[in-house]
Design a protein around this ligand. Structure first.
Ligand code: HDE
Length: 701
């Protein structure tokens, strides 16, 4: 019987024979004990009108199993989406690491990746303002290696002991059970404002990084400093980066709010569609490599997870690519049951003393036991190594791979294969013999004390439009905070980051005066340099590849124009959907039918990277007063999107927006040549000049 990723019979090693239904085409439905079921529509009753008989073992088993379908959701990162793929190594990295997956050029290592949000519950919307988890499991030939990272290179706290406090503060407030999947509430900002070390990360989550357009368009980071160790035992410090092949892209906040209503599964659907259409998402693995000398001389402590190392200082070496080419067969079996553990490392990789990482190494193993219910969670196919493995561990709930021989201990004197596995000092994992000593104490290193300099660096590295988004999101979140003293305390920290930012937020909140600047353990380094790598917009890949155009069409649309636009999009590697007054579609001017993907109120423009309004005169009249059609255009305008339009659409656009609004982000499409021009413009992804104009209007007021 086929069930998810493999046949149940196969998985349990029974040979996989199944009963057949009488027509022989479909497998027979059975109980878990393999008994064929005669009737799955009616429970067993005494007489047609009951009562139900307790002896109905099929009914009881079915309901019993259903009652136990749920397992605890992850305490953080509950909402996620996973996919399979592989990592391909470019060149041998033998100088730096003996890790097997990096030894040979072209070596492909199977991978499973799970993306997630942090704060929301399992059913929360994808476009919450939040950090995204970027957890990668690499099934190497010497065991599983998990890089359990995020899409932001720093973290809120420096010591793992504060993690429960951080998460309690971020999640729903305990008395009322809301708000969920958002940090715009008192408890979160109360905590942040009392933890200056979190200010750098607060800048990142208030930036566009926290509302990515797609998992495919975001970076990933291992965050902590790790070690690479080569065959001679030499250690090099390393930070891991994932760089998306198609560049980074985010949405704007007003758009995020609307996407959450229109398609709460926006990110998982995007990933599913990309993989199913053969446009496999891809990232390059980048390494920042540095030695003890750099670590000693660096302005910040490389063990402090609230700090990053600017790429300008330690460049990133791209060493391989990660390709996601297969969706899961079963969401629960794989995405829900995958168990990432920071302590899953392989020979050639090692930990640093980052106190956050050290704490995580306890937490992940512990949490899997709670969620998956047994120390045998490693036997679940998505978690099992793909290389040979042999332990002397046994028993426990759901034990599937107990030793088959008489021997379950070591040392033993049983001969031959009976003797079981043995340690391998030459090939086995050795911890790097770092020299660590000091008094036993509860303390925070002095070298962790600069809380504002990198927060400032992040801010000054952004373009004006990105800076305006940061100010707007601080203002938005703090406007949801009820206690004025908490709002003031946050602004007092921002004054240590950047005066202009603090003033803009204070203005947005309508503060009568500025608070006293927060006391800083270390003053903000005024000489800190901007780092271009920190901005999304300064790193544009200038491509519309992998993006999606929404085409609003009506009966009478010019069929040639549509065909030309489709061709231009195909050439670019972009996709498209048709949005029409009815889901049946429309009849083009040449008599051909165009099938709709969305009815107009099911396909708002927030779901697309750019839009085209290719309507006929009669179509324009039909939709002129349709609110969803008007919103389609008004939102695309407000979110600075490029908009292509047919000549017949112009009066409609003017009616919705006003004649003066048709700026250079509007591209008239009259012929095939124009379609190419339109797609070329779309490579800029957004027409930010429109928003900049709005910014200067605000400044002038
Ligand atoms: Fe996690 N984190 N975390 N975290 N984390 C979990 O493990 C924890 C931290 C991250 O898709 C949990 O299996 C502690 C940083 C991701 O399944 C739990 C601390 C980073 C995922 C846990 C941190 C992360 C988790 C909950 C502070 C980025 C999702 C469920 C020391 C580098 C993995 C689970 C997936 C999940 C603990 C901080 C990333 C409870 C104690 C920093 C991507 O073990």
């Amino acid at each position: 019987m086929k069930n998810g990723s493999g046949s149940v019979g196969e998985r349990l090693g029974t040979g996989g024979e199944t009963h057949q239904t009488s027509n022989g085409n479909l497998p027979a439905l059975t109980t878990q004990q393999g008994v064929p079921v005669s009737d799955d529509q009616n429970s067993l009753k005494v007489g047609a009108r009951g009562p139900t008989a307790l002896e109905d073992f099929h009914f009881r088993e079915k309901i019993f199993h259903f009652d136990h379908e749920r397992i605890p959701e992850r305490v953080v990162h509950a909402r996620g989406f996973g996919a399979h793929g592989y990592f391909e190594n470019y060149q041998p990295l033998t100088d730096f690491t003996r890790a097997d997956l990096f030894q040979r050029a072209g070596e492909k290592t199977p991978a499973f990746v799970r993306f997630s949000t942090v704060a929301g519950n399992k059913g929360s919307p994808d476009l919450a303002r939040d950090v995204r988890g970027f957890a990668v499991k690499l099934y190497t030939k010497e065991g599983n290696w998990d890089i359990v990272g995020n899409n932001i290179p720093v973290f809120f706290i420096q010591d793992a002991i504060k993690f429960p406090d951080l998460i309690h503060a971020a999640k729903q407030e305990p008395d009322r059970g809301f708000p969920q999947a958002q940090t715009a509430h008192d408890n979160f900002w109360d905590f942040i404002s009392l933890m200056p070390e979190s200010v750098h990360m607060a800048m990142w989550i208030m930036s566009d990084r926290a509302i990515p357009r797609s998992f495919r368009f975001m970076e990933g980071f291992g965050v902590h400093t790790f070690r690479l160790v080569n065959a001679k035992g030499k250690s090099t410090f390393v930070k891991f980066h994932w760089k998306p092949k198609l560049g980074m892209q985010s949405v704007v906040w007003n758009e995020a709010v609307k996407i959450n209503g229109a398609d709460p599964d926006f990110h998982r659907r995007d990933m599913w569609q990309a993989i199913h259409s053969g446009k496999f998402p891809e990232w390059e693995l980048g390494l920042q490599l540095f030695d003890e000398k750099f670590a000693d001389e660096f302005q910040f402590d490389v063990l402090d997870a609230t700090k990053l190392i600017p790429e300008e200082l330690i460049p990133i070496h791209k060493v391989g690519r990660l390709v996601l080419d297969r969706c899961v067969d079963n969401f629960f079996a794989e995405t829900e049951q995958v168990a990432f553990c920071t302590n899953n490392i392989v020979p050639g990789i090692d930990f640093s003393n980052d106190p956050l990482l050290q704490g995580r190494n306890f937490s992940y193993l512990d949490t899997q036991l709670k969620r998956l219910g047994s120390p045998n969670f490693t036997n679940i196919p998505v978690n099992a190594p793909k290389c040979p493995f042999a332990t002397l561990q046994q028993d426990g709930h759901m034990a599937l791979v107990n030793p088959k021989t008489r021997v379950n201990y070591e040392p033993n004197s049983w001969p031959g294969a009976e003797a079981g596995p043995r340690e391998t000092p030459d090939k086995g994992f050795h911890s790097y013999p770092a020299q660590d000593e000091g008094p036993k104490l509860r303390a925070r290193s002095e070298s962790f004390a600069d809380h504002y300099s990198q927060a400032r660096q992040f801010y000054i590295s952004q373009t004006p439009i990105e800076q305006s988004h940061i100010a707007a999101s601080f203002t938005f979140e703090l406007s949801k905070v009820e206690r004025p003293d908490i709002r003031l305390r946050v602004v007092s920290h921002l004054m240590n980051v950047d005066e202009e930012l603090a003033n803009n937020v204070a203005m947005g909140l309508g503060l009568k005066g500025m608070p006293q600047r927060a006391q800083a353990a270390k003053p903000t380094a005024s000489a800190i340099k901007a780092s271009k790598a920190l901005s999304i917009l300064l790193n544009s890949h200038q491509t519309f590849e992998g993006r999606k155009l929404g085409m609003l069409v009506t009966d009478g649309v010019d069929g040639d124009l549509v065909a030309a636009l489709k061709k231009a999009l195909d050439k670019e590697g972009a996709s498209y959907e048709f949005i029409a007054p009815t889901i049946t579609g429309v009849k083009a001017s040449d008599g051909s039918m165009i099938e709709a993907n969305q009815k107009i109120d099911g396909g708002p423009s927030v779901l697309y990277d750019a839009v085209a309004v290719l309507i006929s005169k009669q179509g324009a009249d039909l939709i002129a007063n349709e609110p969803a059609a008007r919103d389609f255009v008004a939102d695309a305008y407000a979110h600075s999107k490029f908009l292509g339009y047919s000549e017949e659409a112009q009066p409609f656009l003017t009616k919705v927006l006003g004649a003066d609004k048709l700026d250079n982000g509007f591209i008239a499409i009259g012929n095939a040549k124009d379609t190419a021009k339109f797609v070329q413009e779309c490579r800029k992804l957004r027409f930010w000049e429109r928003a900049n104009g709005h910014l200067s209007n605000v400044a002038a007021r």
